[in-house]
Design a protein around this ligand. Structure first.
Ligand code: PLP
Length: 375
């Protein structure tokens, strides 16, 4: 009999989320309102940033940030190629040029020295990615960038700490609550930041440019009017999603602990095997949130490795197909050469890691991986 399927990822949800959603549904107010405001407060507390703004996705957050920074035609934005395409798409859609920095082979994090080499007088922003739940080396990145604005892509970094500070505590940062992420709202995102004026501007852009919160405009006896100084988008998060997020936040410590346990079991049991390189962890002080567990398969082809996992009913992921190899990027900007990213591109594969995985399931993955790479 075939063993049960173990997916690469699975959201960690319980009856509390269902009840929280039901309570919002019964409340009479289901779009952006008090739950959203509470979720923002809790998230700001988690990160240590002064402000947090809940959105319909992380991608929406990146769109708003790039617009607030005024990224336009001819501007360059430095970011890794080994990331999800959404950030790079947003740079290009704003009219900018993504300039790709190479990464470290072991940690797959952006190299600060690479950033320094790529800065020109056209560089208008730098977007490091806290890859797989490991923080990028922010002190070194800040030294390399000088006064150029930094936006942290913290989509993988809920629960990630750099030198004891949560990702996004200092620079504007974008988080994602897509179902694969460490906490989810179904779909959703959050921007954190400390610049009150910038965050107010983003808040206006989040909802049509309208100056007042809709949920306050509809209250008893309140003024339903509004003014628009600049047109905005429709990127607000609903209270239904925020209610899930608030419940998920209560689970965050459990989620991060279990992800760390699974990563430790993988590292303990799979290290020292020829033909397989494990994710390296940064040398600086940090707390990893183990959003992904990305291994590099060397002894067999990735295709054979994936076939082997599938035959054993195990899921896998690919994080990520390198952005600089996308057809539209090559057509628009020509070919860039990123030796480390390219050396990784054909070898990386993400193993199952999610809080609901039990020790037996982790062991099943370990046994299959060992057998496959030893073939
Ligand atoms: C590194 C990275 N950045 C940005 C995003 C975009 O987030 P969202 O899917 O919430 O738009 C994702 C994931 O989806 C991601 O993995």
């Amino acid at each position: 009999m075939k063993k049960e399927f173990i997916p690469m990822s699975r959201p960690f949800l319980g009856t509390e989320e269902t009840e929280a959603v039901a309570a919002v549904m019964k409340s009479g107010w289901i779009t952006t309102g008090a739950k959203c405001a509470e979720f923002e407060d809790r998230f700001a507390e988690l990160t240590g940033a002064k402000h947090a703004l809940a959105l319909s996705s992380g991608t929406a957050g990146m769109h708003l940030m790039l617009r607030a920074l005024g990224i336009k035609k001819g501007d360059e934005v430095i970011t890794p190629s080994m990331t999800f395409a959404s950030t790079v798409n947003q740079i290009v859609l704003a009219g900018g040029k993504p300039v790709f920095a190479d990464i470290d082979y072991d940690t797959m994090l952006i190299k600060p020295a690479e950033i320094k080499n790529l800065i020109t007088d056209k560089t208008k922003a730098v977007i490091p990615v806290h890859f797989a739940g490991a923080p990028a080396d922010m002190d070194a990145i800040e030294t390399a960038t000088g006064n150029i604005p930094i936006i942290e892509d913290a989509a993988h970094a809920i629960g990630t700490r750099y030198r004891e500070k949560h990702a996004g505590y200092k620079n504007p940062a974008i988080f994602s609550f897509h179902p694969i992420k460490n906490i989810t709202t179904g779909e959703g995102g959050m921007i954190t930041g400390n610049d009150g004026q910038l965050m107010q501007q983003l808040k206006l852009m989040r909802f049509h440019g309208i100056e007042r919160d809709a949920w306050k405009r509809y209250g008893k006896g309140s003024d339903p009017g509004y003014d628009i100084s600049e047109p905005g988008f429709k990127y607000n998060m609903t209270d239904i999603h925020a209610a899930i997020g608030l419940t998920q936040m209560k689970r965050l410590n459990t989620i991060t602990r279990r992800r760390n346990e699974i990563a430790s079991q993988y590292i303990q049991s799979l290290s020292g095997i020829d033909g397989l390189d494990l994710p390296g962890v940064p040398v600086f002080n940090h707390d990893h949130s183990w959003h992904l567990f990305v291994v590099k398969v060397k002894s067999i082809s990735r295709k054979d490795f994936m076939t082997g996992l599938a035959e054993e009913n195990l899921g896998y992921g690919l994080h990520f197909p390198a952005c600089h190899t996308m057809t539209y990027i090559k057509n628009l900007f020509g070919v860039s050469r990123l030796p480390v990213t390219e050396s990784l591109a054909g070898k990386i594969i993400s193993l199952p890691i999610y809080p609901g995985m039990d020790d037996m399931q982790v062991q099943r993955v370990i046994d299959v991986v060992r057998n496959l790479v030893k073939r």
